[in-house]
Design a protein around this ligand. Structure first.
Ligand SMILES: [Zn+2]
Ligand SMILES: [Zn+2]
Length: 173
């Protein structure tokens, strides 16, 4: 009887009220923090603003259970990572396209350094008179040795097959 009275006085006491209020405040703070976390996380993963609003509402209600449900259904990747991956894929595709050079005559695969198509012997590029580097058709000077490209070199024996004698000589090699 005496003990019960002591308990009652404890629950009525100011200490109890304060601890209860502090505990409630802590629960509300954690609830608000989880909801805010859902909002922040959804913004980094979801493109559509309306879906971000829906996810945030789910983070608020039901308290604590909502964020756990959100964890199950959120997109697996951050938008930044998705964009970065798309950029990387595009860069790889561009690099592949650069390497996918073809002979304009036989469509055989050639490389940027080839002077002649090895399949059909079409002249693809002129060689620099000084250092022998392959020259792109619009170049006015060799980028490797700074020799100007004479206009005679730009003559149109490009895209023609090699002369027969040279073809035979090269065939023996
Ligand atoms: Zn060819
Ligand atoms: Zn050169």
């Amino acid at each position: 009887m005496h003990l019960l009275a002591a308990d009652e006085s404890f629950f009525d006491s100011a200490t109890w009220t304060v601890s209860r209020n502090l505990a409630l405040l802590a629960v509300v703070l954690v609830w608000a923090a989880t909801a805010y976390w859902v909002y922040k996380d959804a913004r980094r993963r979801v493109d559509d603003p309306w879906l971000v609003v829906m996810a945030t509402l789910l983070g608020v209600v039901p308290p604590f259970l909502g964020p756990i449900l959100y964890l199950f259904f959120r997109p697996p990747e951050y938008l930044d990572d998705v964009r970065e991956r798309e950029l990387e894929i595009r860069a790889i595709e561009e690099r592949l396209a650069e390497h996918d050079l073809r002979c304009p005559v036989c469509r055989g695969r050639v490389e940027a350094s080839y002077l002649v198509c090895p399949v059909c012997t079409t002249r693809l590029k002129q060689a620099c008179a000084e250092c022998g580097s392959p020259l792109e058709r619009i170049w006015q000077a060799c980028p490797h040795c700074a020799t100007p490209v004479p206009p005679s070199l730009l003559a149109d024996d490009l895209l023609q097959p090699l002369p027969q004698s040279r073809r035979r000589r090269e065939g023996r090699r």
